[in-house]
Design a protein around this ligand. Sequence first.
Ligand code: ZN
Length: 197
Amino acid sequence: MANTDRTVEPSSAEARTALRKRPAAIFGASPMDGIAWPCGLGTPRRRTYSNQTVPYEDMRDDRKRAQETITAWAERYGLRRSTKGCCPQWLQRRVSRRCSSGTCVRYDPPRHDASWLDHMVAWLHGGKPAVLTSAPYGVSQESHARLSWWTEADSRLRVSRGVGWYGFRTTQIVMWRSDILGVVEPAERPEPFFLRD
Ligand SMILES: [Zn+2]
């Protein structure tokens, strides 16, 4: 496939290969982008890019920074993405298994945990459910209450908040199993210049 991106770095083919291997180990491979990035983190295509206010090159570079941030963060904690993780009930299990039909607190009504799990990524450590990360645009009173409820209901669960990788003025929520990983800090990266106030 022809690549018309004006990629400046990495300069060598070896470095480019290394950059693909690291996220491939975490997210798996995909025929589309090479890497099965979580929703919103794929590299935008110039041909289909339609944002009128942010130049393509700026958005492409921003998504690459987001990809680097999420990859480094996952490596720091020894995590791999799970495609089965659905909600905090998944996090409570010893094996990675989706909630059965009608019981998921994210996908099934009344969907108590859907709001704060916007842009969610589920993570495995040693093959076991270990972390959920999300990137909502805001956290409602109900969501605050749900986060407190989970940590009170299950003493293994902890929550931290930060900036994360997603961008676009979202906030990051990390919910993790403290019996597996101790402390998990949110990833940090500055908003790109085109989104700063
Ligand atoms: Zn669920």
